[in-house]
Design a protein around this ligand. Sequence first.
Ligand code: HPA
Length: 267
Amino acid sequence: MLKAQLEKIRSITDFKPEIAIVLGSGLGEFAEKIKIHCTIHYSEIPDFPISTAPSHKGEFVFGEIEGKKVVLMQGRFHLYEGYTSKQIANPIRLMHLMGAKTLILTNASGGINTSFNPGDFMMITDHISCFVPSPLIGKNIDVLGTRFPDMSNAYDKELQKKIKKIALENNIKLQSGVYVQLKGPQFETPAEIKMLSAMGADAVGMSTATETIAAVHCSMKVCAISLITNYACGICDKTLSGEEVIAMADRVSDDFEKLITEIVKAI
Ligand code: HPA
């Protein structure tokens, strides 16, 4: 399947990205700000999932940021759309086969850590993925990676140092912490957030850890930036909505663009 998909991409473009970027909920507009070489809609690729989540456009955008060749996923896949973890891993593996050595993941999340506020960015230092199925379940694809990949440095330490420095230099407030992925699509209950907090999670969302695991398996360097769009359920009295997530992402888009551009520059 991966082979046929790569052949299809190669029949359209020979562009070889060094960096892959996944744009999270409400953050997809960044793709319109880069120097675009070409775009490929997911429907053009054989056996490829289609984005159904709100604000997820559903295409690969090939282009340049500060002279660096990148491929952006404008629209990712989630378990709550009915896709399997393996399907979610598919585009990550494909971008690896296109040539990408580094993966920048972005997402929207709810802040569990009470020192976080909506509008803050959180650099993910580690994740809790045990509530979602691994994308590596099933026969191992040995050409991609080992059966039992080590996860002790899933988020690249050197990149984390660089990202901290970038945020400081550009006056962008950056928290750091542990991200927990749940299946969704319903937001969590207050009891679930209490449990997640006790487990050591700082922010909660419905993506990313699955993609990180797939990327680490095929030896990509990974970093991830989460936008805290809301207090997680029960942290304050407010009820949650998907619209609120997108609205917050819109509000901080300038800082988000700056942060990602500088990270790409520093890689
Ligand atoms: N929970 C889960 N996913 C999310 C949240 C949340 O509070 N905010 C944005 N994505």
